[in-house]
Structure formats: C-alpha cells, structure tokens
Design a protein around this ligand. Structure first.
Ligand SMILES: Cc1cc2nc3c(=O)[nH]c(=O)nc-3n(C[C@H](O)[C@H](O)[C@H](O)COP(=O)(O)OP(=O)(O)OC[C@H]3O[C@@H](n4cnc5c(N)ncnc54)[C@H](O)[C@@H]3O)c2cc1C
Ligand code: SF4
Length: 1006
C-alpha cells in the first residue's frame, strides 16, 4: 500500500477520540528516526490510551488505505520503526502488567511496557524476564518481541522467542487472534491462515533445513522454522516474534519468567592479543558461563575517558590489554569458585600468563564484589554509546554490527573483517556477545559523503558474504529493518525469500503493517531514506556559546545537536535523573531525544522557515527545566540545557520577552529596589486577590507563593558574621536547633578588599548569589561563619563601579537574554580578576549560580580570565571536602544527634559533586546522613512559578522528592542547597529545608 496523504484521516482519528492524534510537522519529525541512520517522515502519530483505541485507529487506517507502524521505545538500530505510515506509539499508555502467575512463572503484559518496569514489578516475586538487553531501561516488550531481541545471557535463557508463550494480536483484517502453542486451547488463529502457514513451512522444510543459519543468534527473516511439521512444541506465536510489526499488531503478550539470578562470579580475562581472545571464546563457553562479553582496547580507552566509567575501568584493569572477555558464572557460591578456578587453569593452558609479553600476556582478574560487577555491566551495556561519544563528523554506523558466526570461526572472521575495514579506509571497534559469536562492530563513516556510502555497501557485501561462508547469520539480535532485509536473498536463497513474501501476503494482503521491512525492502543504501539524505543542508546560524568541540554550522552547534543517535537512554523512567520532564509526561516531545531531533530538523530547514524561533519549538523546549541531567547522563553527551539557551536567545531576539520572562531575567537589576519595597511586594501572598492578579498580569501562578523579599538583605559592605539571623527562620520540622543571640565577634568581620587576604592558602571569595542575597541571607551568614571558624579569610568581591551587587547572569540565560548575561558575567569577572590571578578559590552556595562559572560563562566569554575563574570556582562543599582531603581543614564541630535527609540539586548531580556534599555533612559527628534518591525537584528556577508549568513542576516533585520528605520524621533535618528546591519542599511537603552551610553552622554553635 503506497503511502499517501489522506486529508480526512487526521480528522477521523481525532473525531473518534483515539488518544493523542498528531499530524503536525514537529511531531512527525520526532518520529521520523530511530536508532538507525534512516529518516522517513511518517504521516502522523497516534498514541492510543487503550488497546481498544489502538484497534480502532488501525481499523480507520485500513479503511483509508494507510499503512500503520507499531512502535515501542523506537530504539531499533536497523530502521524498523521508520516509515511513511501512521505510527502507533504503544509506550505512553499501553503498558500495563495484565496478570502475573508467579507459581507458573508466567505473566501477561501489554506491548508498551518497558523491560525494566516489568522486572521491577516482578522482583518481589523473585522472578524476572531474563532477556536482559542493553536498552532494558526503555525498550518495550512489544518492541523486543517485534525484533526477537537477545540479552547478554542468551546462552542460558535463549532469545525473546524462547521466552514468549503466546501473543494476542490484531490481524490486518481486524480479526483478534490468540497465537500460542498448538495444544493451547486458546489458540484460535483463523483456520485458513493457519493451514496456509503450515503448508508454506511444510513445503519449505528442506530449504529451511539447508539455508537457515544454525547459530543461536539468528533473528533475520520470518521464523518459518518454528512451524515446520514434525517439530516438537510448535508455537504459532513464534512466527510473530521477530516479524518487526509487519504481520500483526500485538495487543497482549504472555511471557515465560525465570527465577532471579543469585550471586555471581565474574572474571575479567585479559588478553595481549585480540585474535587470541577471539580464539579463546570457544573454549571458555565449555565451562558453561551465562555470558562472555568482549570489550576491546579502543573501547577500554574511550570508557576510561568518561568520568562516570573511569573508576570502574580502573578497578578491574591490569596493564594494557588488547581485549578483555568478561566471563560470568551464576551457580551456587562453591560452584562459582570452582568454575573461576577452572577458567584460570584454562587461560593458563592456552599459554597465557601475566609474566609473558605480547600475544601470550594475560590472565584472569576475579570480580566477586556485586557492586563492581554491576558497574562492569553498566560499562559493558553502554558499549555502543561509549563509541558514539566520538565528536567528529564521521560516526560508527550500524549495518554489519549484528553478524553472528560459529565460535570456531570468530577469530578468523574478526581478523578478515578488520582487513575489509582497512581496505575501505575505516576502522571498527569490537564489543559485546563473544559467547554466541555475535560481536558488535561499527565502522566509522560519514554518511553525508558519497564515498563513505559506497564504502558502506562494499563492506556490507563482503561482510555478509563472509558470514554466509561461515554459515553464520547477518542478523544476530538487532533485526532486519531496512539495513539487512535487502540481503535476505543471498542469506536464505530466492526460494525462502519468496516464502517470506507469501507469509507476509497471507497475513497482510493489503500491506497495512509496516511495509518494506523483512520483505520487499528498499536498498539499504538508498540515501533518500537517510537521516543525512541528499538534501541535508544545515542553515547558517549564529550561536552565543562555544560549540567548537564539534563540527558543523553555528560554530559546531550542528554537530552537538547531531550527537543524539536516538539510543533513547533519556527515556528511562527510573534510576539516574534524566529526563525529569519525560518522566512526568511520557511524551516523546518532552525528552532529550525528542528535543535534539526537533532541533536538528529545525536547523536544517526540514520544519519550515523560522522553525527555531517558532511557537512549536518553544513548546518543544518548554518543559526542559535545564537541570543538566542529560549533560552527565546522556551517553553521547547531548547537553540540552545549553542548547536551550541558544533556542531561547534566537526567540528572544526575534520575538522579545514576555513580562514574566522580563521579571525573571532582570531580577538582579531591580532586586536592590524591590528589597526596599519588601513590605509592599510581600503582600502579594497575603492580600486576597493579589496572587491572582500577578498570575493574570505576569504569569506567576496564584497557586504558588513567591520567595519573600528581605529588607535586611545581604549587603557586601556590611558583610559580617551574624549568627543571630540563623535563628527563627526555620519552620516546622526542620530540626534546626535554636541558636543563641549575641553580637558577632569583631575578629570575624569580613573584608571586601581583594588585597586584604590573610595569606594565599587561607583566602577565599564567597560568592553571594542573587537568590540567597535577597531571599535567604541566613545561608550566606552561615557559610561565612563556618568558613571563618575554619580559619579562612572570607572576601566578598564588589563591582568596580560600586553599583548593585554582582551576579553570574543565570537569570538572563534562563530567558535567552544572552547579551545581558554576558554583561553580568563580564562585570563579575572584572571584580574577580585580582583574586583569580592569585588563584584564590571562588566558593559558591547556590549550585546553579556557582556552576555558571564553570559551565556557561567560559563558553560565553571564551577568555583566559573566564577559564581561570572556572578553574577556581568550587561549591562550598567541594571546597571543604578538598581542604579536608588535603589535611588543611580545621573545623571544630559539635555532634548533632540527628538524621539529615539530603536532596541534591540537579546541577550538583550533573557536576558529580554529591559525594562532596555528603562528605561535608559527615564532618558533623553523629549526624546520620541519608541521600534521597531524587530526580529534579521540579522547581528549576522560575519554572515552578509559571502558571503554565506549575502542574508539571509539582508532578516532578511528586516523582520521588516530596513523598520522601513527607515520610521523614519531624525532627529530621531536610537539607537542600538549591533555593528553588527548598521552595518546592516547603510548598509541596510543608517542611523547611536548609542549606548544608546552615547545618554546619548549627554544629558550630551547638
Ligand atoms: C544502544 C543500543 C543498545 C541495544 N542493545 C540491544 C541488545 O543488547 N539486545 C538486543 O536484542 N537489541 C538491542 N538493541 C536494539 C533495540 O533496543 C531492541 O531491539 C529493542 O528490543 C527494541 O525495543 P523498542 O521498544 O525500542 O522497539 P521499537 O524499536 O519501537 O520497535 C521494534 C519493532 O517492534 C515492532 N513493534 C513494536 N510494538 C509492536 C506491537 N505492539 N505489535 C507489533 N509490532 C510491534 C515495531 O514495529 C518494530 O518493528 C539496542 C539498541 C540500542 C540503540
Ligand atoms: S536538561 Fe534536564 S529536563 Fe532538559 S532535556 Fe536534559 S535531562 Fe531533560
């Protein structure tokens, strides 16, 4: 069925109320790619809320003659989910666990449930779905079934196919059918279909026997081998497994479950030669491990360069190996140890030892610590993303990444394919499933260049020919999609390809479901289907920040945007902190990937003129709270908070600012005057109707109180130790002790003169940020008290013009006023220059302000001074932890017999400073510190105050932070360094949180 625009289709789908129906260019663009190199614009996207709605949407498409592509997480690597069709997104709503029968080790789920979600649900019953694929945090069961996905432990558990009991599916003609075992009384596949399928399988039995690769990792073509007559345990569901959404729409899937794995033993086998490692795999599997996973030298190097992975690599790595095979055993403890010993002996028998050199160097490092084992798994499963973190224009491309060959040929195959790469002027990095001969390798190519596209075909032809020679499979776990379907005829022969076409035609004569995959596929190198197709032309855009680490227009901005490879890590709903907006809405628009894709299409003119400054783009960015979680957690380093600044800037320049944004942006300018009128402005939350008026005029939600202006705001010229102000500001349940009144000791008065430091090591500049300065000066007072008590000479930098206080410029950045932010930064840096020259630390309290000095300001100004200040800028806790580690901290703190519940600000997490925060709190004897596993608090600067975003803001808080705070005992301290985090906690849980500096100050005076 050729794709064509049907004007009435959108209207009909909407009229039927079938969930979210979107046919706009921005939404279509977000669904035009998956984790492959293809891009095909769909006709529209439907997000049904129920299976019934999905069925009705399919029925309408059928009636209109329009194709449908079911989609889960969209993480397919071979282009399975891109098509000129209506995309049916199962992931937001069709994700229920319908039933669990723990005794029978089975469950029934809807197709959109994510594997990790399912396994979290199953955990209390001691069971899991053991197909542990790398994308478990976002891949759906429907997608796994669609692709016949395979986990690292497939040696023990098999592929998805071996773990599917039955599938309820909607057929192309609208019939609902149960596909299951032949002896399952519920199996009710229409008789004529069943008869024809069996007839095809029977007719082709000999050809199947002859041509189907026998390696375990064969997921290409249709699984006709599953229904060959005479075969034991025929299960019709297995024909649907791996059919890539081309035969039917799965509505419910029944899965076989397994008991959770017990304690494991892992061995990191080091090899001085890659070839020797590959040759060893066939012997290692005889010890019956559950996994043997490869990481090669290049990947080890890349992983070591990533802050998140470096400690893990350092923990298991010895010397400089060419390859490591991670061998995993999962028996009882005694047996695990016995097998480790046997492995050690085997490696010795292979002639390897630590004291040899070259190819014979090597040995076994045992890893029994479950934490390190888990960390190793993380490095392993991030393999592809580690590779994709390369910033140059050429990228590792997946097309021969999925070949599987019998183990006895693994060494030869890898050596020959490496030669093929070299002959074609490229290189590849090897990793993944050595146990089953399925090694992922992606040659680096720039698909914008004709010569690299030609190289891609040459490599594919040679690689697949080699795989056939070894009787391997060209699709070993990622499926066929557009990449490998073209090559089926060579792999399976013309007769079987014809049989596959018959299967498709018998199921789907009208070609309703996902055309062009598995059968009748386009050429895999047809550039009109590429993400970087023939017309791919980035606009020339002006940018404000430094993107020079990347290539392309906008000073490298294009390259930074293109770093998103659609792997979907940002779609994880648990673990880590990325991406809070998606965790609330579940909408592809509101996730880092969706935003990056929209940006890429916008800057290349694919969303119409002026797309970057359009309302649709503003909507796309609206819920990004600039938490910077993606900066750290996106495996390919997409930093959406920074990109958002460019978008806001472009829009502010063309459209100006709303009153709300002006009030937010210019806060540092008017704050000294506003503070003088604090008595008046604070009436906003007291006088009936005033809050509603502020909502109507300026968009500040009436359901949110605003921060209270302080008449006694912190003034640099009167900066002094003022413990009395610590008293009485802490409300219910903060657990803060009442502190004694009394005048500050004179010797603790601060100096504002850069020249008056008390010796180089002891001098520091405390940055009084706009928020703590005008709204919560207790934090600055407390920090000053603590730092002075520890013997530091606390300075406050003041502007040369003697005017209003200094600011980092963050408020301006948050509304896109980049020129103003630059001015603020320049003014502040000028005041900091004398300190920076002397290497005096700049210590900050508000994470978002302090980290501006390390992140945005150097990128904005690109001067030596900015870089110097960035090098000296430390969070209060980082500074103390550093001093402590250097043996320079002398801070007498009295015990506090309390529990402190700590919430980390997103930027603290993004800059990996939470351990310093925890360590600082632990300086207080007896204080019991517990870090809340929280994502973004949801307040995010001004985000939580806006009438348009208050609901999402609250929902973000409710994800984990607010429930945890509500459960905290009344006398526990709630600790949060972010001003807005404290506001959210106050509003949402009725508790007053305090900054770490205030907790230390309490212990100081206790
Ligand atoms: C970084 C990375 C690592 C990966 N690691 C692995 C790995 O370790 N092992 C592995 O096997 N794969 C891996 N993959 C590939 C991919 O993640 C898996 O194939 C995954 O199972 C796809 O799930 P999904 O929800 O994203 O499915 P999608 O990509 O959305 O869809 C997959 C197929 O299923 C079909 N489909 C979806 N829902 C339905 C439905 N309701 N009815 C009928 N058809 C449906 C789609 O049409 C499509 O053809 C990896 C991919 C990436 C990007
Ligand atoms: S900055 Fe935070 S909210 Fe924005 S895209 Fe990244 S993870 Fe999501």
């Amino acid at each position: 069925m050729p794709a064509r625009l049907v004007p009435g289709l959108e209207r009909r789908l909407k009229a039927e109320g079938l969930g979210d129906v979107r046919f706009d260019a921005f939404t279509r663009g977000r669904y035009s790619t998956d984790a492959s190199h293809y891009q095909i614009m769909p006709l529209g996207v439907v997000t049904p809320r129920t299976i019934e709605e999905a069925d009705r949407a399919i029925a309408i498409c059928r009636a209109e003659g329009i194709a449908v592509t079911p989609r889960g997480g969209g993480t397919s690597q071979a282009g399975q989910t891109v098509n000129q069709s209506v995309i049916l997104d199962c992931s937001p709503h069709l994700n229920r666990v319908v039933a669990v029968d723990a005794a029978a080790r089975r469950c029934i789920v809807e197709p959109g449930i994510v594997l990790d979600e399912l396994n979290r649900t199953l955990k209390p019953s001691g069971l899991w779905f053991p197909v542990d694929i790398s994308t478990a945090s976002r891949a759906t069961i429907g997608g796994m079934v669609g692709n016949n996905s395979c986990g690292a432990r497939s040696l023990r558990y098999g592929n998805t196919r071996e773990n599917v009991i039955a599938i309820d599916a909607m057929l192309a003609d609208g019939t609902a059918a149960h596909f299951g075992a032949l002896d399952d009384p519920k199996t009710n596949v229409p008789e004529s279909l069943r008869r024809d399928l069996f007839a095809i399988a029977a007719r082709e039995a000999a050809e199947i026997e002859r041509r189907f690769p026998t390696v375990q990792r064969r997921v290409g073509g249709y699984n006709l081998d599953a229904i060959v007559p005479g075969k034991n345990d025929i299960n019709l569901a297995h024909l649907l497994v791996g059919s890539e959404g081309t035969l039917a729409f799965s509505t419910r899937i029944e899965l076989k479950l397994s008991p959770l794995l017990g304690r494991r033993a892992v061995a990191a086998c080091h090899f001085g030669s890659f070839h020797v490692a590959m040759a060893a795999a066939q012997h290692i599997v005889k010890l019956n491990p559950i996994a043997v996973e490869l990481i090669d030298r290049t990947m080890l190097g890349l992983a070591r360069d990533i802050a998140m992975f470096k400690p893990t690599v350092d923990a298991f790595l010895r010397g400089d190996p060419e390859a490591i095979l991670f061998v995993e055993f999962a028996e009882d403890d005694a047996e695990n140890l016995r097998r480790l010993k046997a492995l050690d002996e085997l490696i010795g028998d292979l002639g390897l030892s630590w004291d040899k050199s070259g190819a014979q160097w090597g040995g076994v490092v045992e890893v029994l610590d479950p934490k390190l084992q888990a960390a190793i798994t993380e490095v392993r499963t991030a393999g592809l993303n580690i590779m994709m973190s390369m910033k140059e224009a050429g990228k590792p491309i997946s097309f021969v990444e999925d070949c599987a060959v019998p183990l006895e040929h693994l060494a030869d195959y890898t050596a020959r394919l490496t030669e093929v790469f070299e002959r074609n002027g490229t290189r590849g990095t090897w990793y993944a499933h050595a146990a089953v001969g399925c090694l992922h390798v992606r040659p680096v190519l720039n698909l914008r260049l004709d010569k690299d596209v030609r190289a891609m075909r040459a490599i594919a032809e040679e690689a697949f020919a080699m795989v056939r020679e070894y009787k391997g499979s060209h699709s070993g776990e990622h499926g066929d999609g557009i990449v490998r379907s073209e090559f089926h005829e060579k792999m399976f022969g013309a007769e079987l390809v014809h049989a596959f076409e018959e299967v498709k035609d018998r199921f789907d004569p009208q070609v309703l479901f996902n055309p062009g995959k598995i059968v009748r596929a386009p050429n895999f190198d047809d550039r009109t289907n590429f993400r970087y197709g023939p017309g791919y032309r980035p606009d020339d855009i002006a940018t404000a920040l430094d993107w020079s680490a990347y290539t392309g227009t906008g000073g490298g901005f294009q390259g930074a945007v293109e770093m998103c490879n659609n792997n979907g890590a940002c779609r994880a709903r648990k673990g880590g902190v990325m991406c809070p907006s998606y965790r609330v809405t579940g909408d592809e628009r509101d996730v880092t990937r969706g935003r990056a894709n929209t940006l890429r299409l916008a800057i290349t003119g694919q969303l119409g003129p002026d797309a970057l400054t359009s309302d649709d783009m503003a909507e796309t960015m609206k819920l990004c709270v600039s938490c910077k979680a993606c900066r750290r957690e996106c495996p390919t380093g997409v930093d959406m908070a920074r990109m958002k600044i460019e978008v806001l800037r472009a829009r502010a320049e063309t459209r100006g600012l709303s009153l709300h944004d002006r009030l937010v942006g210019y806060l540092p300018h008017y704050a000294p005057y506003a503070a003088r009128l604090s008595w008046l402005l604070n009436l906003r939350d007291v006088v009936p109707g005033a809050a509603r008026l502020s909502e109507a005029i300026a968009g500040f939600s009436a359901r949110r109180t605003l921060p209270k202006w302080r008449a006694d705001w912190f003034r640099d010229d009167a900066a002094r130790f003022s413990l009395p102000r610590l008293q009485g500001r802490v409300g219910r349940g903060s657990g803060a002790a009442a502190l004694d009144d009394g005048p500050p000791p004179d010797e603790l008065r601060s100096s504002t003169s850069p020249a008056s430091g008390r010796g180089e090591q002891r001098e520091l500049v405390l940055f009084a940020d706009t928020f703590n300065r005008y709204f919560e000066r207790e934090t600055i007072d407390a920090a000053q008290a603590v730092l002075r008590a520890a013997g530091y000479g606390v300075q406050f930098a003041t502007p040369a013009d003697g005017g209003r206080p200094l600011c980092c410029g963050r408020t301006f950045l948050s509304v896109g006023k980049v020129a103003e932010a630059r001015q603020e930064a320049e003014r502040t840096l000028a005041a900091l220059a004398p300190y920076a020259e002397r290497g005096v630390p700049l210590v900050g309290l508000e994470p978002s302000c302090l980290f501006s000095f390390r992140d945005e300001i150097p990128s904005l100004l690109r001067t030596d001074l900015a870089r110097k200040v960035a090098g000296n800028a430390l969070l209060f806790e980082e500074f103390l932890a550093r001093e402590k580690a250097a043996g320079r901290l002398s801070l007498k703190l009295a015990p506090l017999k309390k529990r402190a519940l700590l919430h980390g600000h997103c930027h603290q997490k993004s800059f990996d400073t939470m351990s310093a925060v925890e360590a600082t709190l632990k300086l207080i004897p007896n204080l019991e510190v517990e870090t809340i596993e929280s994502s973004c608090c949801g307040m995010a600067g001004s985000f939580g105050y806006h009438a348009d975003t208050i609901e999402v803001s609250r929902a973000m808080g409710e994800l984990s932070l607010l429930p945890a705070v509500r459960q905290a005992p009344d006398d526990a301290l709630i600790v949060a360094d972010g001003t807005s985090c404290r506001h959210q906690i106050h509003d949402g849980a009725g508790r007053d949180a305090i900054h770490v500096a205030r907790v230390l100050a309490m212990a100081l005076s206790a």
